[in-house]
Design a protein around this ligand. Structure first.
Ligand SMILES: *Cc1c(COP(=O)(O)O)cnc(C)c1O
Length: 308
């Protein structure tokens, strides 16, 4: 967070709550809210607390994230999705966290912290190959298994594994929430928490009629404005909104960027970088990236505030 960039992120905690309420209603299984990477830049501490009445628990990537967001204070358990590294069972128990294990050695060492086994159905990263599952489950006395499914068929393959019978199973992040066959016993939404809940904006600090090629790249439009916020703050060339109109970030510098504007736009007007109908998905299309990267990048230099 940086006060001098002028980029602001407004996080609507009520909307995040409504989004999860809808997921709980429609999926009708437990929700383990994914608040890794500081809740995609929106503040894991605040987001977790806004959801405490709805969720079964939380997911983070690393145990340190559970500690720094003080997730244990919510009274809900946390699943650590990433590799446990050198952390021991006592450290997990202290954070009310269950580790994800993928080898017999990890499962054995972390047995008393209720490890979940992470099953490889195609991601081929931090996961146990199916032919070694029996050994890992036995070593960790695992009662929970999950996979990072990217398709319905991966979730179905996972759910049909005979050695997982009777265990708590989950496979879906946000992309499979509308697939009944992938819901199993719980879901792990991340990006879906933030639908229409985030507004990231800056403000016009200069406006000019463009005279000939401008900027580093020699862009040429009728009129342009300058905003605080550059690639140091995660900005990229792409769409933005000024006074209700869709326009473009024309060129990004270190700490400022050029925006195409029209004659009605004035110094002090808000430039919406995300939100007000401009979705992470739309921006991601322009960046040739994912909505996840859009949230994490655009929040990286922003001063956050919360609407309850
Ligand atoms: C990040 C992550 C999720 C959440 O993904 P979204 O697409 O943001 O919903 C779920 N499961 C695992 C294992 C993850 O790493």
């Amino acid at each position: 967070m940086n006060d001098t960039t002028g980029i602001r992120a407004r996080v609507d905690l009520k909307r995040i709550h409504d989004n999860v309420e809808k997921i709980v209603r429609e999926a009708n299984v437990g929700v383990m809210a994914v608040v890794k990477a500081d809740a995609y830049g929106m503040g894991a501490y605040q987001v977790a607390r806004a959801l405490v009445d709805l969720v079964e628990g939380y997911c983070v990537f690393a145990l340190e994230e559970a500690a720094s967001a003080k997730l244990s204070e919510t009274g809900k358990p946390t699943l650590v999705l990433g590799p446990p590294g050198a952390h021991n069972a006592a450290e997990h128990l202290e954070q009310r966290a269950r580790p994800a294990v993928t080898t017999e050695a990890e499962a054995d060492a972390l047995k008393s912290a209720w490890p979940a086994v992470c099953v490889d159905t195609g991601m081929q990263r931090f996961s146990c190959p199916i032919d070694n599952l029996d050994h890992v489950i036995r070593a960790g006395d695992c009662r929970e298994a999950f996979t990072h499914a990217t398709s319905i068929s991966q979730a179905e393959q996972f759910a049909s594994l005979p050695m997982l019978r009777g265990m708590k199973l989950h496979a879906s992040g946000s992309s499979l929430l509308h697939e009944p066959a992938a819901l199993l016993n719980a879901v792990r939404p991340g990006i879906a928490l933030f639908e229409e809940a985030i507004q990231i904006s800056s403000r016009l600090i200069e406006t000019r009629d463009t005279r000939g090629p401008a900027g580093y790249t020699g862009f040429s439009v009728r009129r342009h404005g300058v905003i605080f916020g550059g690639y140091g703050d995660g900005l990229r060339i792409g769409p933005c909104r000024v006074n209700g109109r869709l326009t473009r970030i024309l060129e990004v510098g270190m700490q400022t960027s050029f925006v195409e504007i029209d004659s009605h736009d004035a110094v002090g007007d808000d430039v919406i970088l995300l939100g007000d109908g401009l979705t992470p998905r739309e921006i991601a299309r322009s960046w040739q990236s994912s909505p996840h990267e859009v949230l994490v990048r655009l929040s990286s230099g922003a001063q956050r505030s919360y609407v309850e």
